[in-house]
Design a protein. Structure first.
Length: 404
């Protein structure tokens, strides 16, 4: 049987993107395509062509919506002679494959986003070039704090979805919004592609040496923490903007003091560039800080060996669950963290928490929550089984969608 050639749009790598989520979920999707869906990934389109300007069209103009240029940009990408090197590179990547598989990830948030404009233009360009388009592993969400979107944004997203050969969201909340906004466009949902990596977890790494190839990149005090087998909790950032760092520092400092009395260390692991600002606010506290620019192998080792994780980050919470680490979710820039509770059993509190904004009172509550989950003897097995089940469902499900 001849394997179909796939171009993966929104495929991220460490050289161009530090975000743990983008790097991990796009790799997991590529593995599903290769191992389960009978595809060979022959080309990819990543951060340089999604975050960076492609030509003269995809720029912000005062008084105009960025969504006005989607179709024009699509035509420029598919043109016989693209006007810029980047436009030509995108066309070449699409043309090299039999189909375009789009890792929708967190891009389909209905607000003024040039990244979304570029993604949609590439999808439409693929159609103009005669290639099937599959949107998978995607969110669909309103902008933070909104329950509606501008008419042009809704129309342009709807036109793009209608050109797809399949639309598969990564959570039931996204599918519900799709069915409300675009009832005439068929769609479904599957767990996030990242759950497929549960197949790579043979056992939890607890008890292994803290100085191994898989821990390279972690700060030396964290190597020591792993080598000694001391219990620790991982805190991480959020995709929300406008975090009050003074209140964050007060809350986390109080949490660290309470956990220290129980012999539990605290690690703040940034998983994207904005988290560095939050980590800087914790300087001088007795908290280990990990930069997002570390290998994913070290990130997973850190998360899988933790007693628990408290975070406003979606994909890092999934990464933690693969190793059976219970996670408590905090607010993000969309419904994504709330929706994760509908997909995987975190074996902990089921309510989304405010993002480290409650000072001493919230710190006391979080410390009690950590004590609660650490005393749950079967928690790790519950979380791990749920993640493994999701991995099977998404691997088989994406293969079925692409074969249909």
């Amino acid at each position: 049987m001849t394997r179909r050639r796939a171009c993966v749009l929104r495929m991220h790598e460490a050289q161009t993107r530090v975000n743990w989520g983008g790097r991990s979920t796009s790799l997991a999707l590529a593995e599903i395509l290769e191992r389960h869906a009978g595809r060979t990934v022959v080309s990819t389109i990543g951060a340089p062509h999604i975050l960076g300007q492609l030509g003269d069209t995809d720029v912000r103009t005062d008084g105009h919506s960025v969504f006005e240029v989607v179709e024009e940009l699509a035509v420029e990408i598919a043109a016989p002679r693209p006007a810029t090197t980047k436009l030509a590179e995108v066309q070449a990547a699409i043309s090299a494959a039999d189909e375009l598989v789009v890792n929708g990830e967190g891009d389909f948030i209905l607000t003024e986003r040039l990244t979304l404009v570029r993604t949609m233009a590439m999808m439409r360009a693929a159609t103009l070039l005669g290639k099937p388009v599959y949107l998978v592993n995607s969110i669909l969400s309103y902008a933070p704090g909104r329950t509606d979107a501008d008419a042009l944004a809704l129309d342009e997203v709807g036109r793009t979805l209608a050109c797809c050969d399949a639309v598969v969201y990564r959570d039931p909340a996204s599918l519900a919004l799709h069915q409300e906004l675009y009832p005439d466009v068929s769609a479904s949902w599957l767990p996030d592609a990242l759950f497929a990596w549960s197949a790579h977890v043979q056992d939890t790494p607890a008890g292994r040496s803290g100085y191994t190839p898989e821990t390279e990149g972690l700060p030396l005090p964290v190597h020591r923490l792993l080598a000694d087998g001391r219990p620790y909790v991982v805190l991480s950032g959020t995709s929300r903007f406008g975090i009050d760092t003074e209140v964050l520092r007060e809350t986390i400092a109080a949490l660290q003091e309470r956990l220290a009395t129980a012999g539990v260390d605290v690690v703040f692991a940034g998983s994207d560039k904005p988290d560095r600002r939050l980590a800087d606010a914790l300087e001088g506290l007795h908290i280990h800080r990990v930069d997002p620019q570390i290998p994913l192998s070290a990130a997973t080792r850190l998360l899988w060996s933790a007693s628990a994780m408290v975070s406003g980050r979606y994909h890092p919470s999934i990464l933690a669950s693969l190793g059976g680490t219970p996670f408590l979710l905090m607010e993000s820039n969309s419904h994504k963290t709330r929706s994760l509770l509908d997909v995987v059993d975190n074996c902990w509190r089921r309510e989304e928490q405010p993002f480290f904004s409650g000072g001493v009172a919230q710190a006391a509550d979080l410390a009690d929550a950590v004590t609660e989950v650490r005393s749950h003897r079967g928690a790790r097995s519950v979380v791990r089984r749920s993640a493994v089940a999701n991995g099977v469902v998404v691997s088989e499900g994406i293969a079925a969608v692409l074969s249909g």
